[in-house]
Ligand binder design. Structure first.
Ligand SMILES: C[S@@+](CC[C@H](N)C(=O)[O-])C[C@H]1O[C@@H](n2cnc3c(N)ncnc32)[C@H](O)[C@@H]1O
Length: 256
């Protein structure tokens, strides 16, 4: 996002909400043999690296978390001391600090949406991956946000704003299979998981709906009256127990 709304607290909260799809994403690495290397690219606070290290017991497996934000991974760096198989590196996903064909599996969650040049990213992922290695991607589909109350034309504009303007590569989730196919990966799989929010407060906490609507008014994408009506409709639905909002989470995998 141009202006970053997530922080380590946000990532810990979404960790809990997305646990099902996260756990499923790790299973793609079940067949990685002891001695193999698994990388979580754009690892944020590193929780998925720790979870994978808990999930896979091989003494000689290596788990590497890479993020370009040193502050994000600082918190979990201590864990690498307690489990010698874990390592955190500060690095750019577009210049992965690893040698060619050295990695058995790469996981990327909610990273591709931030990358302006996905071709450079997938070229790097391909470069460091061993033949037969697997890439696993979890992405939020900003284009799929749906509201089940309020003015749908405002909801449509919100989708447009998030997927085409606010998030760098906000349509990435719907292009992942195409990217992987185009950049030489095979055996592509794709699954979709609905992320359902049942209160307006949660929609504001996890999808920043109130802030996004405000930004849209400031940018003349909707009027202040439309904002007021839309928010009032969300709050009324909430108060009467039928608020519903959802966004799809996409889980895609492929093999080099
Ligand atoms: C929404 S967070 C997701 C973090 C983590 N994957 C998770 O699911 O909790 C996106 C992460 O990608 C990192 N990131 C964005 N662009 C990056 C790049 N070019 N290279 C490395 N990390 C990047 C950010 O610093 C941030 O930690």
């Amino acid at each position: 996002m141009a202006e970053k709304h997530y922080n380590s607290t946000y990532l810990s909260d979404t960790m809990r909400l997305l646990q099902g799809v996260k756990t499923k994403s790790y299973t793609f690495f079940n067949s990685v043999a002891d001695g193999g290397t698994l990388v979580d690219l754009g690892c944020g606070t590193g929780q998925d690296v720790l979870n994978m290290a808990r999930t896979f017991s091989g003494d000689n497996l290596r788990f590497i978390g890479i993020d370009h934000d040193a502050n994000m991974i600082a918190k979990e760096n201590g864990a690498s001391a307690s489990d010698p198989r874990i390592e955190f590196l500060v690095g750019d996903a577009l210049h992965i600090p690893l040698a060619d064909t050295t990695v058995d599996g790469i996981r990327m969650e909610r990273l591709v949406q931030h990358v302006v040049d996905p071709k450079a990213l997938f070229t790097e992922v391909y470069r460091v991956m061993k033949a037969g290695g697997r890439v696993v991607i979890v992405e939020s589909d900003w284009k799929s946000i749906a509201f089940y109350q309020g003015d749908l034309s405002v909801a449509d504009k919100l989708n447009q704003y998030l997927s085409a303007k606010k998030v760098n590569n906000g349509k990435a989730a719907q292009s992942l299979s195409t990217y992987l196919d185009q950049w030489g990966f095979g055996k592509v799989t794709a699954e979709v998981f609905p992320f359902v929010l049942t209160s307006y407060a949660d929609a504001c906490t996890y999808l920043w709906i109130d802030k996004m609507i405000e930004e849209m008014v400031a940018l003349d994408r909707i009027t202040a009256a439309q904002q007021q009506d839309f928010v009032a409709a969300q709050q009324a639905a909430d108060a009467r127990g039928f608020f519903a909002c959802s966004m799809n989470i996409v889980l895609v995998s492929a093999v080099k």
